[in-house]
Design a binder for this molecule. Sequence first.
Ligand code: MG
Ligand code: MG
Length: 250
Amino acid sequence: MITRKTIDQIALMRRAGSVVAEMHEACTRAAKPGATTLDVDSAAREVLDRRGARSNFLNYHGFPAVVCTSPNEVIVHGIPSETVVLEEGDILSIDCGAIIEGWHGDAAITVPIGDIDDESKQLIDVTRSCLEDAIEEIVVGNRLGDIGHAVESRALAAGFSVVREYVGHGIGTAMHEEPQVANYGPPGRGMKVREGHVLAIEPMINVGTQETQTLADGWTVVTSDGKRSAHFEHTIACTEHGPEVLTLPG
Ligand code: MG
Ligand code: MG
């Protein structure tokens, strides 16, 4: 079942979303050359504690941290570690969430570590634009296929590929609700978007092949060719006035 949220419920999700945005700011400050990905996780935990929010990532199917930290060729679900040291020229995807009064927020960004090469800059810019294009499609009467098509067209036009195994999702009193929202496919197909739907849209875009591999830890997903990947995500409500991004600073 796909739930429709009330104005009051969306207000609570906006509060959860503002915690996620603050976590991103803290993680971005922590993600500098010489820091470890565990330092990034610690920065996010400090925000959760201060804001009185709970993590929806910690212990999710046994995940051991509040942030997924995914450097360079890691697409998603990287585990923070004191042995992963960030270096100048890396890129790092930071994916995290928060729960306030039972309502969830979920968002991701990809940040440069110091100076990065032009291809990595373009990858980050294009992936952010994929998300922005997708958000514009979250209007009453559009279909899920319009969202996926917006992401895929922008990515392919830049010569990049779209990860297919991991998709966006509904979100509310659980982090992952129906429907699944693919980042590819033809427009004009799939479920109609209605007022009160809240979706987490999360394109993962690769420089090279779209093929993925999961490492032996059972979590870390990497590109099969070792080339870089970027990930952006927001939690977005469909309102009568159009899309509203809920994961913004409060
Ligand atoms: Mg998500
Ligand atoms: Mg996420």
